[in-house]
Ligand binder design. Structure first.
Ligand SMILES: *[C@@H]1O[C@H](CO)[C@@H](O)[C@H](O)[C@H]1NC(C)=O
Ligand SMILES: *[C@@H]1O[C@H](CO)[C@@H](O)[C@H](O)[C@H]1NC(C)=O
Ligand SMILES: *[C@@H]1O[C@H](CO)[C@@H](O)[C@H](O)[C@H]1NC(C)=O
Ligand SMILES: *[C@@H]1O[C@H](CO)[C@@H](O)[C@H](O)[C@H]1NC(C)=O
Ligand SMILES: *[C@@H]1O[C@H](CO)[C@@H](O)[C@H](O)[C@H]1NC(C)=O
Length: 338
């Protein structure tokens, strides 16, 4: 087992390979698949990696299928499969449960298909996080379909950091996804800022200007400037479709589309969404989403939504969409709270 695994740890600059069967168990291990072309990883198992379990970086035409990846729900940063700076990648028919994203598709990813993945526990099937660092490339052409997500904090998600410099994430389709007990089934989060330092940072009133160094805050850990004073993300998200997504949410917010004030999301389509939220109404939360949203299928007849507060022109884009969705809000039973 160890020797098979060691061959996996660094899988570098390989073309036309098939790696089949194998099992890796252990805290320090992860499969780094870098600069690999025209290759397949099949039938591999990974347990309790310390970091990402399978990291596909600068790969072209790589298929990962029949993987089993398992780590405790509380383990941090243990993404199942991460894809970055890669093209024409397929992640198929795998079972992934970790303490972080089951699959994360990061910067520079083009034409990635994720299909037949069962995800949970974990943080869901994610695009991002985008633009944590300078010089990241765009993400485009992703299809995530025929997946089951259970007992996770997020279902399908796109996340970008606040203050992130410009880039684009476009042509992303999530379809035929079954959710079971997922806290945020559908979420775009352009203020993604995990870890305590961000909430701490909100309490800081930084001095005007850029200097947020230890000198001015001697007793604080050094904070990334955008966390000290969150700025809108400059990642433009466009042409995102959520289609045929059904199942149960463990929280009341079934759909959260929280886009950037500076770069409203465009071309977001919600189509055939059928989620229940236990015995309370499912709600949606939208900000800075531009363009028409396709109808959301209501599972149960909905009472008239609460009167909407129409805000000033500033909220124009968001409120117009909210209103549209409001007519279609679906109100359903809810059993799990908090
Ligand atoms: C990978 O496959 C593609 C198309 O099948 C081919 O054009 C390309 O030369 C291959 N690359 C390598 C490095 O084998
Ligand atoms: C959907 O995924 C399951 C595995 O979860 C697989 O068995 C099935 O063949 C897939 N169906 C399609 C239409 O791809
Ligand atoms: C969107 O992405 C899919 C999957 O990579 C691709 O087949 C399709 O051509 C793309 N569409 C556009 C308009 O780029
Ligand atoms: C749903 O998930 C929560 C954690 O998010 C867990 O505490 C609860 O037991 C789960 N409920 C079911 C019915 O699986
Ligand atoms: C919504 O999903 C439930 C099962 O969760 C199903 O019984 C119902 O028929 C679905 N409704 C629509 C309109 O698809």
């Amino acid at each position: 087992m160890a020797s098979i695994y060691k061959a996996l740890v660094v899988f570098f600059a390989v073309a036309a390979a098939l790696l089949r069967g194998g099992h890796a168990h252990g805290k320090d291990h992860a499969a780094s698949v870098h600069d690999v072309t025209n290759s397949t990883l099949r039938g591999l198992a990974f347990v309790n990696s310390r970091g990402f379990h399978v990291n596909l970086r600068r790969c072209t035409r790589v298929v990962a299928e029949g993987l089993g990846i398992h780590a405790p729900a509380a383990s941090r940063n243990t993404d199942g499969v991460h894809v970055g700076h890669s093209r024409h990648v397929r992640i198929l028919d795998s079972v992934i449960g970790t303490g972080d994203d089951c699959v994360s598709v990061g910067p520079g990813s083009v034409d990635v298909v994720v299909s037949g993945v069962t995800c949970g526990p974990g943080h869901g099937l994610s695009v991002g996080s985008l633009r944590k660092d300078e010089g990241e490339q765009d993400v485009r052409g992703l299809v995530i379909r025929n997946c089951t997500v259970k007992g996770t904090t997020n279902g399908v998600r796109i996340k970008t950091w606040p203050g992130s410099p410009p880039s684009r994430a476009s042509n992303i389709t999530y379809e035929d996804i079954a959710m079971a007990n997922v806290t945020n089934p559908i979420i775009i989060d352009q203020r993604y800022c995990p870890h305590d330092r961000c909430s701490d940072a909100d309490k800081v009133t930084p001095p005007q200007g850029r200097d947020t160094s230890e000198r001015s805050q001697p007793n604080r850990i050094r904070l990334t400037p955008w966390c000290v004073r969150p700025q809108p993300s400059l990642v433009q998200i466009s042409d995102v479709t959520f289609r045929r997504i059904e199942g149960t949410s463990s929280g009341p917010l079934a759909v959260r589309l929280l886009c950037s004030e500076d770069r409203p999301c465009t071309g977001v389509h919600l189509d055939d969404i059928n989620l229940t939220c236990g015995d309370v109404p499912c709600r949606s939360e939208l900000s800075n989403v531009r363009g028409a949203l396709a109808p959301v299928v209501a599972q149960a007849p909905s009472p008239a939504p609460a009167a909407r507060r129409e805000e000033d022109d500033e909220a124009d884009v968001a409120s117009r969409v909210t209103e549209q969705l409001g007519r279609l809000t679906w109100w359903l039973p809810f059993t799990v709270r908090g």
